[in-house]
Ligand binder design. Structure first.
Ligand code: ARG
Length: 430
């Protein structure tokens, strides 16, 4: 670690202590680095706007940050434990390139608001990607729902055969769920869309910073006004972002559960894409739905990260180094969520539905509820109709799932899936 911004003369840093303080953190800063570069450029421009930095110095800093960004994209600038963190690495680069001018960039900011703003931009970007992935997943589910809208399959409750249902209803449920979660992601984005930059260490600074102009440059909708509130949002916002991610992963977990269950020999309703299925090292006959299983388990990683945040956030007001440990949880959960969501559209598009098998799984007894409803609609009390059908279940030997589906005409029912309305909701998400 050659560059400690804060080192006092005569105090040697202990390598083991520094590793503990910063070892993993600087590697995680690789995720935040591009956002830190953007925010640093906006900060320099903001200083120039208020004549706190000569325009030519701000221009030189912005140009050098562009170069650093290029080096970074090409892999020619490596962030590692030569630096305490990404923030120090930027300042070190600027100082090396521009001398004293580089050192001017930190006027009016602290690493506390620097990490806040970089993390906020990282989260906004992650939410955009998540939303796009959910929209694509919703469209893929909708296409499957449309393609086999009236194909019968059993509807289960308690995992027991209950009433006739359809592929349209099953796949339409994922279209609507993914759309609903994408909306939640959008709301979460709006909720965190505020710039903490210019709040410095958590108490502001004795300068007329152009906070709102800098926020606008970075694309934020507004600023976090109170500097202590900005610090208080560290981890709090991360938790809400993870909560939205958890909802997405929970939708995915349910889909993964359905697919793994329906691909067993006992159900044999679906065949997952061959590339997503693995074999056994000992049992030559095995085809294992490992992808579905790991998608299912990934939800637990996000839940675990949320629990981590909840424990770390037991703090008084102000910055505490504890807050650094919000970063691994956020990044771990974000990576797994974005990786998982990106796989879903293809899984949905390429899973084979065995429509004959699904239809054949509708048995006569599953018509019982329809029968009772018909009798009650004809004037009998529903309770009497229920009893009468319950006593003569054996007579319901013949399943006619198509007729049952055709009669389910109220909005959302199999004959009136409302797929166009769901499509409009997806389209509104962009
Ligand atoms: N790595 C630190 C974090 O994530 C950056 C901020 C450091 N601030 C400080 N006062 N030591 O919190």
């Amino acid at each position: 670690m050659s560059t400690l911004l804060w080192q006092k003369q005569g105090v040697r840093t202990d390598a083991a202590v520094m590793r503990f303080l910063a070892g993993d953190d600087v590697l995680l800063d690789r995720e935040l680095f591009p956002f830190d570069l953007r925010a640093t450029a906006a900060h320099a421009e903001g200083l120039a706007l208020r004549s706190l930095l000569p325009t030519k110095d701000a221009d030189a800093i912005v140009a050098a940050l562009h170069d650093l960004s290029d080096l970074w994209s090409k892999g020619d600038f490596v962030l590692d434990d030569r630096y305490e963190d990404g923030h120090s690495a930027i300042e070190a680069y600027l100082t090396e390139r521009l001398g004293e001018t580089g050192g001017r960039v930190h006027l009016g900011r602290s690493r506390n608001d620097q990490v806040l703003v970089a993390t906020r931009l990282y989260m906004l970007d992650a939410l955009d990607r998540l939303k796009a992935g959910l929209v694509e997943s919703a469209r893929a589910a909708l296409d499957r729902a449309r393609a086999d809208a009236m194909s019968p399959m059993p509807g289960y409750t308690h995992l027991q055969r209950a009433v006739p249902s359809s592929v349209g209803l099953w796949m339409g449920s994922f279209a609507e769920s993914f759309a609903e979660t994408a909306e939640l992601v959008g709301m979460t984005r709006a909720w965190i869309n505020a710039s903490p930059l210019g709040t410095a260490a958590g108490y502001g600074v004795n300068l007329p910073l152009a906070r709102e102009e800098v926020a606008a440059k970075l694309g934020f909708a507004r600023v976090v006004i109170n500097p202590m509130a900005a610090q208080a949002s560290r981890g709090k916002h991360e938790h809400q972002v993870l909560s939205a991610m958890w909802q997405a992963m929970q939708d995915i977990r349910r889909l993964a559960w359905d697919l793994s269950l329906f691909s067993t020999a006992e159900f044999d309703f679906v065949r997952m894409p061959p590339e997503t299925v693995t074999g056994s090292s000992i049992m030559p006959n095995k085809k294992n739905p490992d992808l579905a299983e790991l998608l299912r388990a990934s939800c637990a990683v996000v839940a675990g990260a949320m629990a981590e945040l909840q424990q770390v956030l037991s703090l008084p007001s102000g910055y505490h180094r504890d807050l650094q440990l919000t970063k691994p949880a956020l990044i771990r959960a974000t990576r797994i969520t974005l990786d998982a969501v990106a796989l879903i559209p293809d899984v949905l598009r390429r899973t084979e539905f065995k429509l004959d098998r699904m239809r054949a799984a509708n048995d006569g007894a599953m018509m019982a509820t329809d029968k009772a409803v018909e009798l009650a609609a004809g004037g009998m009390s529903f309770r009497d109709a229920y009893r009468q059908v319950g006593e003569s279940l054996d007579e319901l030997r013949q399943a006619d799932p198509e007729a049952s589906l055709a009669a389910r005409v109220s909005l959302g029912g199999c004959a009136n899936l409302g797929l166009d309305a769901i499509a409009a909701r997806i389209d509104a998400l962009g």
